[in-house]
Structure formats: C-alpha cells, structure tokens
Write a protein that binds this ligand. Structure first.
Ligand code: TRP
Length: 395
C-alpha cells in the first residue's frame, strides 16, 4: 500500500477563522438535520481552504504526500452550456485551486445525463462545450485531467463492489435523489438515478481525491462516498486504508438566481451563458426582473431580484453588493442593469475570445479529451488492481 492510501486527516489540528457567507436564497424546505450537516461542512471547508493555502506555500520537500492528499475531483453533467452561475461558483474556483498546486481531476459525467431523462440529447456537442469553457477559463490540460465517464471502464467497474456496501433504504433516503426524481416529470425512479450517488463515489475514489468542490445539493453524495470508503476498508481490506474519506469544499459564493429572480434554469430562459455574446447578455439583463423603487439598496429579503443582480455584479467586480448598490444609488433599475451588463461583459470578454479561438480547433479539443481519458484510465486501472487484490480477486 502506498503512502497516499492513508485515512488519517490533519485537518482537525487546524482551526480556522474564516466563515463563509450564508446564501440569501429563499428559505429552502430542508430539515434541521440538513442545516446542521451544511453548517458542519462549511466549517470543514474553511479548514480545507487553510490546508490548501498551507500546501501552496509549504515545504516543497514535503510534496509527495501532500500532493496525494490534496488531489481534487469535481465535475459537470454535459446537459447544456455552462452559465455565469457555474463560472462564479465553481469554474473560477477550480482554476484557483489548480493554480495553487492542487492536482485536479474534472469528470464530464456523461453517464449522469441519463439519470433523469430518456435520451442523451446533444451529448457530443455539450461535452465539447464544457471542454471549451474549461480551457477558456484557465484549466490547463497539462496539470488537470479532464475526462468522460464513458471512456474509463475501470472507474465504472468500481461501482460493483461499491454497490455491495450500500443498502436500498440508504439510497432511497438520499434527499438529492428524491428532489431530482420529483423534478423529473413523474418519471419512475430508474436504477441509475437511485444508484448514481454510488457512481459518483467511484468518480471521487478512483483517483483517491481528498477534496471535492461541490454545491450544497451534493453534500448527501459526499456523505455516501465517505461511508463507502469506510465500509470498503472495514469489510474488504481488514481495516487497511485503501480509500481515504474525501471532504467537501463548499463554494463561498451564495446561491445565485436567474434574471427573473427564480432558480436558474435553461428551460426558463433566465440564465446568461458563458458562450453568449455581449449583445445577448445585454438583452438578457435588460429583461431582468427588478422593482420600481428608484434608490438601489442591497436587501436580499425585501428585494431579492435586485439583490441578486447586485450580487452578480459584485462577484464579477470583486466588490461587495453593498458597494455596488451605493454606486448605483438613485440611478434606478436602468443604471443597475448597465452596471451588471458591463460587469459581466467586461469580465467575460477574455474568456469569450479564448473560447471562440479554441472552437476553431476541434482536433485540439479531441486531443485534450483523449489525453485526459488516457490518464484517467491509468489511474483507474491502478486503483481497480488494488481493489481486486485486497478482495482476493487477482487471478
Ligand atoms: N453531479 C454533479 C453535478 O451535477 C456532477 C458530478 C459527477 C460530480 N460526478 C461528480 C461532482 C463527482 C463532484 C464529484 O454537478
């Protein structure tokens, strides 16, 4: 067993002073348990951030174990284009972690597309769109492994032993799976939707990832992954740490809403996509919901739609929403919208230009995926060999 296969965590020895913003989105319907889990995950995320910083400035001689401990995996479902919510809450952060020296894996979760719908849709074009946005945002294929589920058989095979470690009651209790089922137009619960948290555990554990940047909705999956790692070690590896328990790294970005003040959703036409032109962006912001009060203030409870626009502008401008509000002051909705449009378009101009350049070279995009898939296969085959060995299945 290599030194990367250790389950001990040093995070408990570091205390953190940073606390994350609480989302101002309308109160959700989660119970008290979920809030407690979320609060605990926020605390742990702050500790993880401190660890990452320590790693970034740390002793290079110490790098072998640290590098293994600080591998991260996250991913996206290729169901459509990425929008500014993905960019602000997730993509920018991945690049930041990559640039701090965290070894980064990004899964394009193509098998997850069919968890809640009957067809894969434009999966090829969507995968290509994701790769374009990753590269344009600054993910570097020399340092970051970008791969698709369907091209990594050994990862998928891990699902079989992992499935033996979960009960059907546990799977049926998963609140995110329940929500996704409720949103899927009365579809019956498919075996894939029920078990996709286990598949996601395979995504995370195949590369021994210790850090998993996720949104709040993914926390139940991370708990499931931790349980699978623990149980695998206990049941099949005589207590040896084949798999370490990964930690969620929650985004500091509050939940962002669409331009109509409701949840961002492609079908509602309330999102600004990264690939949109400056004019399309301006039109979308012009149509955004606001209110008739002339003086612009940051009041998430009383004026959620205005607060959401201020938050978006603030995130792009690296300013607090209050400061943006003060600047707009009594300019009204029109001035606010101008500030938002300029903030989005100016910040994304470079990204959009790089994206357009890259799109002219589809052969390069294919080569990035081929190399990422080759690397993911190597790592997955190594892990699967270990799993088979400890299970007495090396024939
Ligand atoms: N389910 C995630 C999402 O919809 C994407 C995903 C797939 C993922 N596998 C993962 C995220 C593993 C983190 C870790 O956003």
């Amino acid at each position: 067993m290599t030194s990367s296969m250790t389950s001990s965590t040093t995070s408990s020895t570091i205390t953190s002073t940073t606390h994350r913003a609480t989302p101002f989105a309308p109160a959700d319907t989660r119970d008290a348990d979920e809030s407690a889990t979320y609060a605990a995950a926020l605390e742990r995320s702050a500790v993880l951030d401190a660890l990452i910083d320590q790693h970034a400035t740390g002793d290079p001689d110490d790098s072998t174990e640290d590098a293994a401990r600080l591998r991260m995996l996250t991913g996206d479902r290729p169901t459509g284009p990425l929008h500014i919510g993905h960019y602000l809450a997730s993509l920018r952060n991945r690049v930041r972690l990559q640039d701090k020296g965290v070894e980064t894996f990004v899964v394009i979760a193509d098998y997850q597309v069919i968890t809640d719908r009957d067809s894969v849709g434009e999966v090829g074009a969507n995968v290509q769109g994701l790769v374009l946005d990753y590269l344009a945002a600054g993910l570097d294929p020399a340092r970051t492994t970008i791969f698709t589920h369907s091209a990594v058989p050994a990862l998928n095979q891990l699902m079989l032993p992992f499935l033996s470690l979960v009960t059907d009651a546990e799977l049926r209790r998963n609140p995110t799976v329940k929500d996704e089922l409720a949103l899927s137009d009365g579809r019956p619960l498919s075996g894939l939707l029920l078990t996709y948290p286990v598949h996601q555990a395979a995504d995370i554990l195949f590369c021994h990832s210790r850090i998993v940047p996720v949104g709040r909705d993914q926390l139940p999956h991370l708990e499931q992954t931790r349980a699978i790692a623990r149980r695998f070690n206990q049941r099949y590896a005589a207590g040896h740490s084949v798999f370490a328990e990964p930690e969620a790294l929650l985004s500091e970005v509050p939940l962002l809403l669409g331009t109509d003040g409701t949840k961002m959703s492609k079908s509602k036409g309330n999102v600004i996509n990264l690939r949109d032109t400056a004019d399309e962006t301006a039109a979308r912001v012009r149509a955004a919901r606001t209110d008739s009060e002339r003086r612009i203030t940051f009041d998430p409870k009383g004026r959620p739609a205005v607060a959401n626009l201020l938050t978006i502008a603030g995130l792009f401008l690296d300013e607090s929403p209050e400061v943006v509000a003060e600047r707009v002051d009594d300019g009204g909705a029109q001035a606010l919208k101008r500030v938002v449009t300029d903030a989005v378009n100016d910040s994304l101009a470079g990204h959009r230009a790089r994206r357009a350049d890259l799109a002219r070279d589809p052969a390069y995009l294919t080569s990035v995926l081929h190399e990422g898939n080759a690397r993911a296969n190597e790592v997955a085959e190594r892990t699967l060999a270990t799993v088979r060995a400890v299970m007495g299945m090396s024939y």
